[in-house]
Design a protein around this ligand. Sequence first.
Ligand code: URA
Length: 434
Amino acid sequence: MRILELIDKKKSNQELTKQEIDWIVKEYTAGNIPDYQMSAFLMAVCFTDFSDEETYNLTVAMRDAGDIIDLSAIKGIKVDKHSSGGVGDKITPILLGVIGALDVPIAKMSGRGLGHTGGTIDKFECIPGFRADLSIDEFIENVNSVGVAIAEQTSDLAPADKKIYALRDVTGTVDSIPLIASSIMSKKLASGSDKIVLDVTVGSGAFMTNLEDARKLATKMVAIGNRFGKETIAVITNMDEPLGLSVGNAVEIAEVVRTLKGYGMPDVMEIVFTLGSYMIMLAGKANNAGEARILMETVISNGSAYNKFLEFVANQGGDISYVRNYDTLVQPSIIREVQSEESGYVHKINARIIGDSVKILGGGRDNIDDEIDPSVGIVINKKVSEQVKTGQILAFIYGNDKEKVDIAYRNVIDAYEIGAEPIERPKMILDIIK
Ligand code: URA
């Protein structure tokens, strides 16, 4: 086979065979196809599309290019949860406490933040001592002893996706529905859980900016999971404004702790309860969403979700005195108020602009190897639908560099859209695809 012929075939929108897709993945991963030809191929996929069969074949090829984790040594039904990315998305750490407290085993493989979106491993690593570089044996042992563990995806898990995703990130080829679907599902299928709950985000802070595309992505991923015999459900959630109050790393861990203690923001709780209900039902611990929700409310109000979180953080080496007293987590040298320049109601907070601003402050990364500053971030003070008067605080900027704080300040002003008319709080759950 020759890569040039396959680029031409895709460019003219012909369907590739399983053998052709296997060949491209294998040869690119082995370093036999140069980045410039793979970029041309990926761009052809973006412009022409991939059929369901091609998407499935790409997923299988990327899954099989690396290790496939065997979690059968963990007792019970393992349900994985994955988000397609967002701004202020702290749902995974919260669910680890809540679902873990209900004796549903969670073996969570997670990644780091890239671009405007944050990453769960980065957030946990701002707790001194916390380790996510677990071996597979440690990972399984932690789930068996505490019920919950999180590990950074090893480079042996779906290495083809790792290499292709890094190339897509710098060649403008991330936002393709079949490429996203196969990238996410190759990792989910390699990481060994029995069932999968997907949070497909839509809005200014997500890869999918409209509901129709989010539905297409969710439908493709659910079909792939089910075809593998892993029951998969996708919840389409609103990611138009940053989720909850904080965007960053230490600031998000502080919000996770407050949420587990019962002080969660309504938008965060709506998503926690919906995704959590499906996880609990798929694990066979409740018959319906109402029952699952009562279970979750109970473990939050009686403190067991918070205690499970402490137990799991300690088990991974984290110093829980920093969780108990989250004000001692790493702090920035500058905290600047952003004051509203007009009066009215908050109509919109562009999550993408907020995510990009946190990246400028140093809290995110352009390249997967970049260092991040865990102390910086943006804390929202006025959410969508709230009334605001000139001079009132819209948000706080946490930074360590005055020039970057100045840039973030202007960005936050631009991210807020203030209108004269009152508006309703937006819906957070936009669809469920089963
Ligand atoms: N997240 C992934 O893991 N892959 C994508 O392609 C997009 C988001």
